[in-house]
Design a protein. Sequence first.
Length: 179
Amino acid sequence: MTNAARPEQRINIVQGEFHVAGSEGLALTTVLGSCVAACIYDPLARVGGMNHFLLPGEESGARSRDRERLGVHLMELLVNGLMQLGASRDRMQAKLFGGARVVRGLSDIGHKNGEFAERFLRYEGIAIVNKDLGGDHGRRIQFWPASGRARRSFIAAAEAIGAERSRGLAASYGDVELF
């Protein structure tokens, strides 16, 4: 009698959400256009997490109902959630994704999102070990929080915009695995 391989559990993270875990066999996924996702993990504690934010959130006076979409709020929740699972700030490593300019002619919020995430992590003393920010393509991200492994697939800008709006997934091309 053979044991069937246990299927991998996937949790999709959408705008304004974050998730932390240390479970083997768990993948966190998201689809990004101009939004940014920070994937942070502690290799010794074998815990990690991902967020997905729409705006940097450094502006004062943000409406409370918009707070959950702001980067500053979600970055703090992610770091604190990891520390509650036993991660240490000095061991945390980050991978950043997204921040594309998917709509020409509008302000480049994707660039601002990426700059904010890098600045936040530097200020917090968290090492950025890999980043894939900017450009004009959306991205599908898979992140395994227990190992810190991440995979990025490019998607067309229109698909990224639709996925971010509808919380669905889009077709991909050009898979690259980041480790």
